[in-house]
Design a protein around this ligand. Structure first.
Ligand code: 5CA
Length: 162
């Protein structure tokens, strides 16, 4: 098996540390966006678990929303759950808080613990895929495990886009 990049290894180690055997896969094709990931994997875009980081507008704290690939984050719903508005996170903030670059941000294995919300729509699938540390790395899992893995709160935090 080809060896994983350092960032992908970090995610594989975080999964193992939580007792999960999900296998990080590094692909030849880009998985940077949900659409690219779905094309590379050969699954529906909705089965991609997007990890979108926000920055609490008053606290400055990082907040992670994991949403189905075809949904957009409902910022009002997140604000209600969070008690503050979820502000935009720039690339530096993402890197600093998670330890990973945009397009590779995984649901687990971050440098700092991050409050996490999970889009309930992702629970509808048997199988989903999430980023695994780089814009070429993913892992397959089941959505129930996503909640266990992240300690995230499942809620209506996203809506169908378009
Ligand atoms: N690897 C795929 C999923 S397998 C992936 O990471 N997709 S994603 O949608 O979760 O990650 C891209 C997300 O990064 C976008 O949804 C967007 O919220 C965010 N993003 C993209 N560009 C920027 C940027 N310039 N600044 C801040 N966030 C960005």
């Amino acid at each position: 098996m080809p060896s994983l990049s350092t960032s992908a290894q970090k995610v594989q180690a975080a999964l193992a540390a939580r007792g999960f055997s999900f296998e990080v896969q590094e692909l030849n094709q880009s998985t940077r966006t949900a659409a690219e990931a779905a094309a590379a994997i050969g699954c529906d875009v909705a089965q991609i678990a997007k990890s979108i980081l926000f920055r609490g507008e008053s606290s400055g704290r990082a907040v992670l929303v994991i949403a189905s690939g075809t949904n957009r984050v409902d910022e009002k719903a997140v604000a209600e759950l969070l008690g503050e508005k979820p502000g935009k996170a720039d690339a530096n903030f993402v890197r600093q808080q998670t330890g990973f670059v945009i397009g590779g941000v995984p649901p687990v294995g971050h440098d700092n613990p991050i409050a996490t919300f999970i889009d309930e729509d992702i629970l509808a699938f048997d199988t989903i895929w999430a980023a695994a540390g780089t814009p070429f790395a993913v892992f397959r899992l089941d959505p129930k495990s996503l909640a266990t893995l992240t300690g995230g709160q499942v809620a209506r935090v996203a809506l169908p886009s378009g």
